[in-house]
Design a protein around this ligand. Structure first.
Ligand SMILES: [Zn+2]
Length: 397
């Protein structure tokens, strides 16, 4: 999560909140089904191979320093940790580690150069986005779903929640989608896993990724003539983008959630930080609702808060806090970008501090969120219901 807009006026927006009661237990005396319908217990879904242990193992493997910019939070009067070459080299090492892990999972890996030097620096660092592509099959293959997560952290923090949790989730979902029950099914959509560098330095990796996708004509440009937009709408195109941005910090304590929505009349009372938020622009509300339905179908106990009912006549601006991640450049390009987040500084006291360590994560609830996402992406990729063609226009208030 990027801090550039951290101190912007608090956002106001309406949200819907879905909290499912636990499924009713089946009574022991339930009438037996007719023998013809009787079947052995179905195998657990493939996404149940994602566990707290499998996720935490990836998190602990990431280099402790992996930064090319960004602002840590330090106590008043103290100097922030320096962004030294060890941080920068760690970021380069991280991209190679992730590329190797993706190859081990059986993926073709695309490294997208994101060369960068900070103001006043002579040296340009060879940063890169790491992109895994799982081509679709059949008539749905032209519709591309992007699962994105940034792998850099702010200097001086390990960045366990921000954003090792998103990176580990993306890799685990990528592993699950290599299951033959998915990867040999046709028709199905194409899925890209886009691991971004330099989010904390200003969404630089994701912005370059949007540029590359535009060059590959997978996203229409805003000023493209109508024929070009029609051509893209009829060919391969990005139909949905998820930014996995901090998925691991939860609390079931009352008052554990700060709520930037609370000022809006009728807003739900989100004061317990045990949910995962799905944030996008109201233009894309139907796609956000589709994601939420699919998550709840895959993992009925997951708690979600969907935040997409803006702008409205009452709230004419896009609340800046809801743009502070890699989905921002996608929204600006007219692609339905959705930020999936534990709400960062509105819940996690360790946000952008040295305290953001693996020990502070709530592994069981993190596992539940990632299973819900994996199952949702699996099912949405196979669901014949079409997506609307991307407009190439940023959402208008
Ligand atoms: Zn951050």
């Amino acid at each position: 999560m990027n801090t550039v807009l951290l101190f912007a006026p608090l956002a106001m927006a309406a949200a819907t909140f879905a909290a499912q009661p636990p499924a009713a237990p089946v009574p022991a005396s339930a009438p037996a089904k007719a023998p013809a319908e009787k079947a052995a217990d179905p195998a657990p879904p493939a996404w149940h191979t994602i566990t707290a242990d499998s996720l935490m193992a990836i998190i602990r493997e990431l280099p402790a320093q992996r930064s090319g910019g960004g602002r840590p939070i330090v106590p008043e009067g103290t100097k922030p940790p320096a962004l030294d070459d060890a941080h920068r080299q760690g970021l380069v090492d991280t991209q190679w580690l992730l590329a190797r892990k993706a190859i081990d999972l059986g993926y073709e890996v695309r490294l997208e150069p994101v060369p960068h030097s900070r103001r006043g620096e002579r040296r340009t660092w060879s940063y890169a986005n790491v992109v895994l592509e799982l081509p679709g099959w059949g008539e749905l293959a032209d519709e591309i779903i992007i699962v994105g997560a940034h792998f850099d952290a702010v200097p001086g923090t390990f960045g366990a929640d921000d954003n090792a949790t998103g990176v580990a989730a993306a890799l685990e979902i990528a592993r699950v989608l290599k299951d033959p029950a998915f990867s040999r099914t046709s028709p199905r959509r194409t899925v890209f896993f886009s691991l971004f560098t330099l989010e904390e330095a200003g969404l630089i990796g994701a912005s370059r990724h949007v540029d590359y996708l535009t060059l590959r004509r997978l996203i229409p440009t805003m000023d493209a003539p109508p024929e070009a937009k029609e051509r893209i709408a009829a060919g391969p195109r990005v139909v949905m983008m998820l930014s996995l941005e901090m998925l691991g910090f939860y609390s079931t304590e009352p008052g554990s959630q700060r709520n930037p929505l609370a000022m809006l009349p009728g807003a739900p009372n989100l004061t317990v930080g045990d949910f995962i938020a799905l944030c996008t622009h109201s233009t894309h509300a139907p796609i956000n609702a589709r994601l939420e339905r699919a998550m709840l179908a895959a993992e009925p106990l997951v708690r979600t808060a969907r935040i997409d009912q803006f702008p409205s006549p009452k709230v004419p601006i896009f609340p800046p806090d809801l743009l502070r991640s890699d989905h921002g450049p996608f929204l600006a390009a007219g692609v339905p970008g959705i930020m999936v987040t534990d709400t960062a500084n509105f819940r996690n006291p360790h946000y952008h501090t040295p305290g953001d360590t693996p020990e502070t994560l709530n592994a069981p609830l993190y596992e539940r969120t990632v299973r819900a996402l994996a199952g949702a992406i699996w099912n949405i990729a196979l669901d014949p219901e079409p997506f609307p063609a991307p407009s190439g226009q940023p959402p208008q208030p």
